[in-house]
Each structure stands twice: as C-alpha cells, then as structure tokens.
Design a protein around this ligand. Structure first.
Ligand code: SF4
Length: 82
C-alpha cells in the first residue's frame, strides 16, 4: 500500500556505522561521512545543520523501519504523514 512518510537521520546521533544501508538501499553515505538519502528515490530531501529528512510516497516503509531498528545509536526515525 502506498503511503506518505518521512524518514529523518539525526546527524548528531549518527556515527557512520552504516548498518542502515543494507536494510534500506535508499539510505546512502553522504559527503560528510554520515547517512543521507538518494535524492532520486525520495519526493523531497531536506537538510538542516543537524539532520536530514526524506519524504517518501511508496510501499517501502517497512524497509525504513528495519533500517531504524538496525541503527545502534537510534539515529533514524520514521513518521507516517497524513
Ligand atoms: S546505522 Fe545509524 S549510525 Fe549508522 S550510518 Fe545509519 S543512521 Fe548513521
């Protein structure tokens, strides 16, 4: 089922272990050595100084949830949008 949701990487918490990348291949290593998103896969990607957030509209939220569970410092959060 396609749904709209937002995935955020807290750059303060992310320590570049990259356990997330094998769970969800839309997550990539960014230029800063931390996790980011492949912009071609997302509806939008927003950067701030301490986080990066991608909005998706698809049926792959389970992959993002799996990446979030696999992240040792809990740097990834997933939020379903209305
Ligand atoms: S698993 Fe977590 S800490 Fe590691 S790169 Fe991914 S978001 Fe960052």
């Amino acid at each position: 089922m396609s749904e709209r949701y937002r995935v955020t990487v807290d750059k303060e918490a992310c320590d570049g272990i990259f356990a997330c990348l094998v769970r969800d291949d839309r997550l990539v290593e960014a230029d800063d050595g931390l996790a980011g998103f492949d912009p071609d896969e997302a509806v939008a990607v927003e950067q701030t100084a301490d986080s990066v957030t991608a909005t998706f509209e698809d049926d792959r939220r389970d992959e993002a949830e799996s990446a979030a569970r696999a992240c040792p410092p809990n740097a990834i959060s997933v939020e379903v949008l209305e």
